[in-house]
Design a binder for this molecule. Structure first.
Ligand code: GUN
Length: 288
């Protein structure tokens, strides 16, 4: 069975649109600043999708486009301007930044109350402490996918592959926190015999960034498999010249899993839906 991320994301976007309309009726229009440096093709496509989603849901977007060779100081000044702009409830700086930027310093410059990506050390610290906070959109979207697909997490063994700051680490915290209550194993590039770990998973989240990370022999029959990978593979039959594949060998794993997310159309649309939700939350909190 396939988990239809596109459908679930579209349900959430409808909920966001209804809430945004209610806020608008009270005289408030939520606003999101979307900052992109340079013209990396995948990043351009992500921010375009984010801005389009805002427009569809009644959220104002404030696009900020800067050249890849923008000095770090100029970027920090731009963020300070957005921090002070009352129309802006959320600030998103698309990652990865071009070479030469101090990414952590840029994230730290965002006011925590506008940190809708949940990447600020204050947000991640609050997540670690089990406090209410902005949660990074991709792992938050995966929790929502599991919930809306009726997947029981309490007492199940969740195995996360990948320890990035924006997916793997927060994913492990969310799966293990009170109320979700999975038992979590976090695997990474130094894990010896990855297959021994993944085969124990009731819920397997793969965010390694490499196609073919998980094949059929690595999945327990009946497991729920969440594929976070977005990899561009050259494909001359496509107009774009590429196609997207995940980190999981979908054709091989689909018959073994009880539920699986496709790429595209699984986790990706949820990331954007959760960004919209976080932006509404920022607006509600700031303007309360
Ligand atoms: N790059 C990859 N995923 C994300 C995301 O969720 N937010 C931002 N800002 N950059 C990203």
């Amino acid at each position: 069975m396939i988990i239809d991320g596109k459908k679930i994301a579209s349900d959430i976007r409808a909920e966001v649109a209804a809430e945004a309309a209610a806020m608008a009726a009270r005289g408030t229009r939520p606003g999101l600043a979307v900052v992109l440096l340079g013209d990396h093709p995948a990043s351009v496509s992500y921010v375009t999708a984010k801005e389009r989603a805002c427009a569809e849901c009644g959220i104002a977007s404030f696009p900020v486009r800067l050249p890849a060779d923008t000095p770090q100081e100029a970027l920090l000044a731009e963020i300070a301007r957005l921090n002070a702009d009352d129309r802006v409830d959320g600030i998103l700086v698309q990652l990865p930044l071009p070479r030469g930027f101090d990414e952590q310093a840029v994230i730290r410059a965002i006011a925590p109350e506008k940190d809708v990506d949940g990447f600020h050390p204050v947000s991640l610290g609050r997540l670690l402490l089990g406090q209410d906070t902005f949660v990074p959109c991709t792992p938050a979207g995966i929790i929502e996918l599991l919930r809306r697909s009726g997947v029981e997490t309490a007492g199940r063994h969740a195995v996360v592959v990948g320890r990035s700051n924006i997916v793997g680490k927060p994913m492990a915290l969310l799966l293990g926190r009170k109320g979700t209550d999975a038992t979590v194993t976090l695997c990474h590039t130094a894990t010896t015999n990855l297959a021994d770990m993944t085969r124990q998973a009731d819920i397997l989240v793969v965010a390694a960034g490499h196609p073919g990370t998980v094949g059929a022999g690595m999945v327990k029959p009946g497991a729920v498999v969440i594929d976070v990978g977005v990899n561009r593979i050259p494909d001359a039959t496509r107009k774009s010249g590429f196609r997207l594949v995940g980190d999981v060998d979908y054709a091989a794993v689909e018959p073994v899993a009880s539920l699986i997310t496709p790429v595209p159309g699984g986790v990706g649309p949820m990331t954007i839906a959760m960004l919209l939700k976080n932006t509404l939350r920022a607006a509600a909190l700031r303007r309360a």
